[in-house]
Write a protein that binds this ligand. Structure first.
Ligand SMILES: Cc1cc2nc3c(=O)[nH]c(=O)nc-3n(C[C@H](O)[C@H](O)[C@H](O)COP(=O)(O)OP(=O)(O)OC[C@H]3O[C@@H](n4cnc5c(N)ncnc54)[C@H](O)[C@@H]3O)c2cc1C
Length: 400
């Protein structure tokens, strides 16, 4: 566990992006389990603050089973009245940009995001207010203007619009690999290994591994995404529920660039259900996904083949909203899983039975963008022995 002296010493390390402090002999050893968006950025932030870090992942950063394992993820600041996340997204945006500059590599693509609403405009109104407070630019385009800017979109059934200028998309799996590389460059150690479910009662001194062996450390951060409930059946269990989510990539006609970035922003159709997409990028096709939580899914052994039912949803949607793509061929698909908490808030807390075990997860379909801000927050909590925001703590479930 961290002593008060090491806590204070590490807390005094200033935030820097370009180069972290070197690992010190007296630094606490923190094991981060999971190299997805949550674990990777937490490990990087801890390494930067001078902790000795070991990262353990069963299948690798941004692997094909992981929730962070897709090609792209949306970054946006609009969260309706959930202002904590607008604030977190604003910080994350700042950090994505700063890291891109420091690393000389583009991971964030600011296409903007066009939101389309039915008659219920309350999400837009609350988002505009919250984004204004965070200095995130947002417009409410008139339909004449929108039709001129995006003639590829049929606005049938849409009553109002919102355009977030700094929203866009992130390279998902590639970011995870980059973050791990950077953590290693700061001295973090990486091991491909699977943690065995621990059942800590009091301080934990070692992480048991599948196949034998263990890693002795001072602090343990479990950022195992959709697997968190399996590792902690008593404390997390079904509070992190993996659901099957599908994405589809359609191919516009040869030479047709209307559905690519530069001509089309990220878009979100938010009516009775939420369907969103990412314009063609890296020549991979036009992405479309239904955000509605699908059936329960086994992240380890679940087959990842797109379903006819979800394909029909995507096709029917294209026909109405993007008529020029109605007959576009399917180029490929991804099957991933959300790791839903009951209220779709993240979970960041100490294990109730063990003061040196931290849990970070419950991304609930919106966690990827937050990686840098979440990682910074978790690293600070670990280093300062802090207390998370009540909205993220496990105790919130006891009040239900
Ligand atoms: C289709 C889809 C679309 C999404 N769209 C968006 C979006 O547009 N914007 C957005 O912000 N978010 C989005 N999300 C959500 C976001 O991707 C997730 O919330 C986020 O990636 C979760 O990251 P994580 O690190 O918690 O989990 P993961 O990425 O799943 O990482 C967990 C890691 O833990 C490892 N692990 C598990 N068990 C063990 C073990 N026992 N031992 C060692 N390692 C272990 C795994 O191998 C994995 O690498 C989307 C998710 C999906 C599935």
């Amino acid at each position: 566990m961290l002593t008060r002296r090491t806590v204070l010493k590490l807390a005094a390390v200033p935030f820097v992006v370009a180069a972290g402090p070197s690992i010190r002999a007296a630094a606490p050893h923190v094991v981060v389990i999971g190299a997805g968006a949550f674990g990777g950025w937490t490990a990087l932030s801890l390494a930067r603050r001078g902790a000795r870090v070991t990262i353990v992942d069963a299948w690798g950063p941004g692997n094909m089973r992981a929730s962070s394992g897709g090609e792209t993820r949306v970054i946006r600041g609009s969260y309706g009245d959930r202002v904590m996340y607008t604030r977190m997204a604003a910080r994350a945006l700042q950090l994505w940009r700063a890291h891109e500059r420091a690393w000389g590599r583009q991971l964030y693509f600011p296409t903007g995001a066009l939101w389309m609403f039915g008659t219920d405009d309350s999400f837009a109104k609350a988002s505009v207010k919250a984004m204004g407070a965070e200095g995130l630019p947002v417009e409410r385009p008139a339909f004449d203007d929108a039709r001129r800017r995006w003639p590829q979109i049929n606005f049938e059934g849409i009553s109002s619009l919102m355009f977030e200028k700094e929203a866009g998309y992130l390279l998902a799996r590639q970011s995870c690999a980059q973050v791990l590389d950077q953590a290693r460059a700061l001295g973090a150690e990486y091991r491909m290994a699977a943690a065995r479910p621990p059942s800590p009662k009091g301080p934990m001194d070692r992480l048991p591994l599948e196949g034998g062996g263990s890693i002795v450390a001072d602090v343990f951060v479990f950022a195992c995404g959709p697997w968190l409930g399996r590792l902690f059946p008593d404390v997390i269990g079904t509070r992190v529920r993996p659901t099957r989510q599908e994405t589809f990539y359609f191919g516009p006609s040869a030479g047709d660039t209307r559905f690519n970035e530069g001509q089309l922003p990220v878009w979100v159709d938010y009516r009775d259900r939420l369907i969103y997409g990412i314009p063609g990028n890296a020549h991979r096709g036009f992405k479309i996904a239904d955000d509605t939580p699908g059936p329960d899914f086994d992240p380890t052994n679940g087959e990842r083949e797109n379903s006819p039912a979800q394909m029909a949803v995507a096709r029917a949607f294209l026909k109405v909203r993007f008529p020029a793509l109605a007959e576009a061929p399917l180029l490929g698909g991804e099957v991933c899983q959300y790791e839903n908490s009951p209220d779709s808030h993240f979970i960041v807390d100490r294990h109730p039975g063990s003061p040196n075990v931290w849990l970070a997860g419950g991304g609930s379909g919106h966690g990827f963008k937050m990686g840098p801000a979440l990682g910074e927050m978790v690293a600070d909590l670990v280093i300062t022995d802090g207390t998370p925001d009540a909205q993220l703590r496990l105790a919130r479930f006891d009040k239900r």
